[in-house]
Write a protein that binds this ligand. Structure first.
Ligand code: NDP
Length: 345
């Protein structure tokens, strides 16, 4: 896809989201007009302020309303667009009692966006998936390095509704574009746990975890290790996947190193020494975490991680999308600094 020659906007779904605001800022900085979809226009002004904070002029940013669970709104939202970047999907701090609360908007919403994009004649859709749609195959061998060839088996026991939602949504998207004549091209970004600066107090689960730590909710942390990336790199990945012809039909993992959950707290303390007594002070044995998860639903999200050390490769994103990735230290410390600047920790 050529650099913009006119005002045809790029549609970014879920414009109020943490990742979306950085994607919008990246697009605006690169000269694209943007139309963000929101469930409520009441968030429009705060989104403009956030993208300005990310260093972009919010002038060429317009909004349309659309909900992943409803058909109305999508045709108007996508009308005349040059591409769609579909980031919207529920990412709750706490897993819902009814899995369909996250699975239905993820899967059905993705199909709604693809179908509306096809009706509008939009050539390419970039979908925000996740490394959770990559790293939970039927079996796991310690030391294995996950790549874009790997898919999570959503029928596996013990997966959270969120992991299933991301896997089912991505699989539905690939199935749609492979089976429908005239479907848009699809490119998928699979970010690891996203850190990096927060732009406002509408916190994603990514930052809510740190805020809860700073309030002392987690005197101890489970022993888990997971891959991390920086939101600024995730935003660049989406835009590169939109503009590069060779990205069509491809998935791209965005991850740079791993972190222990415990070390997120330690990095937060390195930035804000006054939080020393609030951050986790030791790591809990796995059996204790499993027992606590019976009463603390938030802990259920991380049960699949206990006892594993999943690693994935970003070499394809570097080679094909030309990305240089920030490591966990920079991403997590930037998150802590931004939350302190916003007086949220
Ligand atoms: P946020 O929670 O900040 O953003 C989620 C966005 O989805 C919000 O704009 C929200 O809108 C929107 N949304 C949720 N439900 C609906 C719905 N029914 N209809 C329309 N919009 C809806 O999350 P992130 O920015 O962190 O995540 C964005 C995407 O990236 C998600 O697909 C997530 O799965 C994925 N991802 C995130 C990672 C992370 O660590 N943050 C890691 C890997 C993938 P509203 O403001 O109205 O609620």
């Amino acid at each position: 896809m050529a650099e913009p020659a006119n005002n045809q906007p790029v549609v970014v779904t879920g414009a109020s989201g943490f990742i979306a605001k950085f994607v919008i800022a990246e697009l605006l900085r690169r000269g694209f007009a943007v139309r963000g979809t929101v469930r409520s226009l009441a968030k429009a002004d705060s989104i403009r302020v956030a993208v300005a904070r990310a260093g972009a002029n919010p002038g060429p940013l317009a909004f349309a309303t659309a909900d992943l669970m409803r058909d109305d709104g999508w045709d108007q939202a996508l009308d005349g667009a040059r591409a769609v970047i579909h980031t919207a999907s529920p990412f709750p701090v706490q897993q819902p009692d009814n899995p369909d609360d996250v699975i239905a908007p993820a899967r059905e919403g993705t199909l709604r966006v693809l179908i509306a994009a096809q009706r509008a004649g939009i050539p390419r859709v970039v979908l925000t998936s996740s490394t959770v749609a990559v790293m939970y195959a039927a079996s796991y061998t310690p030391g294995y390095v996950f790549t874009e060839a790997d898919f999570t088996d959503e029928t596996r026991d013990g997966l959270t509704p969120y992991i299933r939602s991301k896997t089912l949504a991505e699989k539905a998207a690939w199935n749609y574009v492979k089976s429908k004549a005239g479907a848009p091209e699809l490119a998928v970004i699979n970010p690891a746990f996203v850190q990096g600066p927060a732009l406002d107090d509408d916190l994603s689960t990514s930052h809510e975890l740190m805020r809860l730590m700073a309030e002392g909710h987690y005197p101890a942390s489970p022993k888990i290790v997971f891959p991390v990336c920086d939101v600024r790199d995730v935003a660049a990945a989406h835009v590169e996947a939109m503009v590069r012809p060779e990205a069509a039909g491809q998935r791209f993992i965005v991850a740079e190193g791993e972190t222990r959950l415990f070390d997120i707290g330690q990095r937060m303390v390195a930035e804000c020494p006054d939080l020393k007594g609030k951050a986790p002070r030791f790591e809990l044995p796995d059996a204790a975490v499993r027992a606590l998860a019976v009463v603390d639903k938030r802990l259920r999200t991380i049960l699949p991680e206990l006892g594993s050390h999943r690693v994935c490769s970003s070499s394809k994103a570097r080679d094909v999308l030309g990305l240089k990735l920030r490591g966990p230290d920079e991403a997590i410390r930037a998150a802590a600094r931004s939350l302190r600047d916003l007086k949220l920790i």
